[in-house]
Write a protein that binds this ligand. Structure first.
Ligand code: NAD
Length: 496
C-alpha cells in the first residue's frame, strides 16, 4: 500500500515508522497510509527552509512572481488530476473540487501582483531635506497548518503569498487528505521554485507541536477547528511567533417575511448541503422571522431536499458526497439525535441515507430540523455536516441578537427585499463576513477572509491585503542628506 511521505528540499521523503490510514470516504476503504513526521523530520524541513531563505529573500519580487505565473498555468493544466485526488480522499464531487481549486488559483493570481503589493509607502520632505519610507520585509521561515475540508484551497490561501513576499514555507496539511497538495508541490517545483523554499511535512499533533516550539519558525498561519485554533494561537504567541488562527463557525441566514423565497430555497440548498456541509462558511441555521415565513420555507425546502443526490465524487450528477470519516459521521448523527432529544422536530432524516453500492461509505443524507432553540446543544455546536436547522423568531432585532450571542462569528447573511432591513443588519451584526441575498459571502482574493469572535484568533485576516501584512514586517527608513547649512545646526529638543 502506498505511503504518502513528505516534500522536503525538493525531494519526496518516505517515513514508514509512524503512519495513519487514509480513507476513500465513499467506500470506507483504506486506500493509503500517510506518514506522521517525527520531530527530527520537522527539524529537517525547517532547516531546508532556513537555508533557502537568504537567497530567496533577496530574489527580486518580479522574479519570484514569474514562478507564480508559471505555477498558475500548471494548476490549470493539471486541474483534472488535482480534483480527482481531492475527490478520492475528501469525497467532494468533482464540480465542487473544481470550485475549490478555482478559488485557490485566484489567490495565486493575487500573489502574482507582488511587485505592486510590496512597493511600500513613501513620504517626501517629511522635514527639511528628509524623506521617509516604509518597506515590507519577509519574516523568514513561516508555517501553515491546514484542515481537511479544503485540502488545496486553504494551503493556497497561505503559501503563494508567503513565498512571493520572500519567505520560505513549511506546510503541515491535514493528515486525512494529503495527496492533492503533495501533487501541487511537484507543480510548484516544475514552475521553477528553488528547492527548500516550499516544504510539506505530513503529520499529527506531534508535528504541529514541533513546529510551534521551533525557534526558527517566525510565524504560523492556521485554519481548523476552534479548540485547536485557540491552542495554536496561545502556544505560538507564547513562543513569540506571529500567529493567525482561523477557527470554526455557525453561520446563520436570516429569512425576512418579504424575502424572495425561490432565491432563499435554491441558495440555502447549496449553502447548507454543498460539500456535505463541511465548509466553514456553510449555512447551517435558517432564522425565520415569523412562523409564516418558517412554514413557507420548510414547505418549499422539503421537496427540493428530497430530490438531492448523494454519492461518489466522480459522478457529476451527484450534489454532494460522503463526510470525511466514520468518526465524523457518528458525531453528526449524535448532534441530530441530541436535537430530537431536546425537543426539536425532524423534518427530513438523513441519518440512514446510503447510496446503493456504497453502504460502507461515510454518508449522511441531507437533514432538516425545525423548531430548534438557542438552548439546544446541536445549536451551540458546529455540526459540520449536511444538517440545516431552523429557528423561529418574531422580529429581525431578535434574529440579530441571537446571532450576536453565538460564540462564533464567521459568516452570515440576510434574505430580504428591504434596503433598510439590510442596512440595519450590516450595521449591527457581530460577524466578520456578511451577505445580503448572498448565501456564502466568501471574500474574493483581493479582499481578506476572516471571522469575528471565536472564529479567528489574531489581528489579521487571511489572504488579500491582510495576507501581505501577515507575511511581512515593516521597516521604516528616515533619511537626510544634509545641506552644508543644516550640518551646523545643533538640536536638543525632540525633532518635529
Ligand atoms: P482540525 O482542527 O481537526 O485540524 C486542523 C489542523 O490541525 C490539521 O492539520 C490537524 O492535523 C491539526 N490538529 C488537529 N488536532 C490537533 C491538536 N490536538 N494539536 C495540534 N494540531 C492539531 O480541523 P479539521 O477537522 O481538519 O477541519 C474542520 C474545521 O476547520 C472546522 O471547524 C471548520 O470550521 C474549520 N475551518 C475553518 C475555516 C476558516 O477559515 N475559519 C476554513 C476551513 C475550515
Amino acid at each position: 500500500m502506498n505511503t504518502v511521505g513528505h516534500f522536503i528540499n525538493g525531494k519526496m521523503i518516505a517515513e514508514e515508522n509512524q503512519t495513519q490510514p487514509v480513507y476513500n470516504p465513499a467506500t470506507g476503504e483504506v486506500t493509503k497510509q500517510v506518514a506522521l513526521a517525527s520531530t527530527k523530520t520537522i527539524d529537517q524541513a525547517i532547516a531546508a527552509a532556513k537555508s533557502a531563505f537568504p537567497k530567496w529573500s533577496k530574489t527580486p519580487p518580479i522574479k519570484r512572481t514569474k514562478i507564480m505565473f508559471k505555477f498558475r498555468e500548471l494548476l490549470i493544466e493539471n486541474a483534472d488530476e488535482i480534483c480527482r485526488l481531492i475527490g478520492e480522499e475528501h469525497g467532494k464531487i468533482i464540480h465542487d473540487a473544481r470550485g475549490e481549486l478555482q478559488r485557490g488559483i485566484e489567490n495565486v493570481e493575487y500573489a502574482c501582483g507582488a511587485p505592486e503589493l510590496l512597493k511600500g509607502e513613501h513620504s517626501r520632505n517629511v522635514g527639511t531635506d528628509i524623506d521617509s519610507w516604509s518597506e515590507f520585509h519577509p519574516l523568514g521561515v513561516v508555517a501553515g497548518i491546514t484542515p481537511f475540508n479544503f485540502p488545496v484551497m486553504v494551503p493556497l490561501w497561505m503559501f503563494p503569498m508567503a513565498i512571493v513576499c520572500g519567505n520560505t514555507f513549511v506546510l503541515k496539511p491535514s493528515e486525512r487528505d494529503p495527496s492533492a497538495i503533495m501533487f501541487v508541490a511537484k507543480l510548484l517545483q516544475e514552475a521553477g521554485l528553488p528547492n527548500g523554499v516550499f516544504n510539506i511535512v505530513n503529520g499529527d499533533k506531534t508535528s504541529v507541536d514541533a513546529i510551534l516550539h521551533h525557534s526558527d519558525i517566525e510565524a504560523v498561519s492556521f485554519v481548523g477547528s476552534t479548540p485547536i485554533a485557540e491552542y495554536i494561537y496561545t502556544t505560538a504567541s507564547a513562543q513569540g511567533k506571529r500567529c493567525q488562527a482561523l477557527g470554526g463557525a455557525k453561520n446563520h441566514a436570516i429569512v425576512m417575511p418579504d424575502a424572495d423565497l425561490d432565491n432563499v430555497v435554491t441558495s440555502l440548498l447549496g449553502a447548507a448541503f454543498g460539500s456535505s456541509g463541511e465548509r466553514c462558511m456553510a449555512l447551517s441555521v435558517a432564522v425565520a422571522v415569523g412562523d409564516d415565513t418558517a412554514d413557507k420555507i420548510i414547505a418549499s425546502l422539503k421537496p427540493a431536499i428530497e430530490k438531492l443526490r448523494i454519492g461518489i465524487h466522480s459522478d457529476e450528477d451527484n450534489d454532494f458526497g460522503p463526510v470525511i470519516t466514520g468518526a465524523h459521521k457518528s458525531k453528526i448523527l449524535g448532534h441530530i439525535q441530541s436535537a430530537l432529544d431536546q425537543g426539536a422536530e425532524l423534518v427530513i432524516d438523513g441519518s440512514k441515507a446510503a447510496p446503493a453500492g456504497y453502504e460502507e461509505g461515510f454518508f449522511v443524507g441531507p437533514t432538516l430540523i425545525d423548531r430548534v432553540t438557542k438552548k439546544m446543544d446541536s445549536y451551540k455546536a458546529e455540526i459540520f455536516g449536511p444538517v440545516l436547522q431552523v429557528i423561529r423568531v418574531q422580529t429581525m432585532e431578535e434574529a440579530v441578537q441571537l446571532i450576536n450571542e453565538h460564540e462564533y462569528g464567521n459568516g452570515t447573511c440576510i434574505y430580504t427585499r428591504d434596503g433598510e432591513a439590510a442596512r440595519y443588519f450590516i450595521d449591527n451584526i457581530q460577524v466578520g463576513m456578511v451577505g445580503v441575498n448572498i448565501p456564502l459571502p466568501v471574500p474574493i482574493a483581493s479582499q481578506s477572509f476572516g471571522g469575528w469572535k471565536r472564529s479567528l484568533f489574531g489581528d489579521l485576516s487571511i489572504y488579500g491585503p491582510d495576507g501581505v501584512r501577515f507575511f511581512t514586517r515593516r521597516k521604516t527608513i528616515t533619511q537626510r542628506w544634509p545641506s552644508a547649512k543644516l550640518r551646523e545646526e545643533k538640536q536638543f529638543s525632540m525633532p518635529t
